[in-house]
Write a protein that binds this ligand. Sequence first.
Ligand code: MRU
Length: 342
Amino acid sequence: MRTIEWRDDGTVITIDQTRLPNEEVMIELRSCREVASAIKDMKMRGAPLIGVAAAYGLALTAYHSEARDREKLLEELEESARLLRMTRPTAVNLFWAIDRVMKRAYWTAGGCEAVRKAVIEEAKRMADEDVEVNRRIGMHGSKLIDDGDRILTHCNAGSLATVDYGTALAVVRAAWEEGKRISVFADETRPKLQGARLTTYELMRDGIPVTLITDNMAGYLMSRGMIDKVVVGADRIVRDAVINKIGTYTVAVLAYTHGIPFYVAAPKSTFDLKRTSEEVTIEERDPREVTHIMSQRIAPEGVRVLNPAFDITPIDYVTAIICEEGVITRDQFKRLTERSGS
Ligand code: MRU
């Protein structure tokens, strides 16, 4: 099953990622407000998935709207778009998806019914495209993977972070499907443990060899020659950097020091080449995520806490970016950003 699905009775079905791997609980979302809460609470997470989820949130507004005229429906959609934009600030896919659906709504000629239909159709199309794009990322990325490679990944950039197949894990999946005998090391990814809970879960389900390590073990493994390549996803690729789950920068610096290729796999909807890293809001999340592990307090009450959810990896640490169009080396990326101006 896909991570997110539209039902023709006006519901969106997804798996509650906060309960994995212990419980596989499907949730039904019936309004844009419910979609926004599910994104905020990270029941749905991962840049491409929250983009498609936002599109479906707008589709739910369109489906359930009692508006009789076009202007009223567009107003309701604008209100939903505002709500969705406030859920998480860093992954650009969220804003890209909202803008795309809203553009489709405004550009659709005709009355209320035509707009309603167009919005739902656009959201479904975006979900289908996501799967197609990820397959192409996998196809291009697998060329960089050799038989026997031991690949380190951080966070979860797999099926669960997308509609299906993943981005970083698309590269792993494609290489595996081609018969390359690869294995994966998954960083646990404190504080939310996406690596420990989600990456291991989905790779084990697919029968791809995976070993879980804590975040502070990556350097040791690299120094012992146990990692051949690093492949991660991204929440936003800006002119000078890749922004991804907190801890990615540390892994990139370690990889650079040890001469290990560091690849970023992400769709074009993650590119935000009008901006530099200075202009991006790094999400700060609830201190409880740091003071607690799965509801269990591990730090003294009242301790001061920092909880940035993402970090910034300067492009100089990135060997190449893999997108649906192919592999872009660091130098090619720099030329691309120079050409596209500021
Ligand atoms: O906070 P999350 O779990 O939404 O963060 C997810 C990541 O950082 C992923 O690596 C990124 O979104 C790429 S997912 C294909």
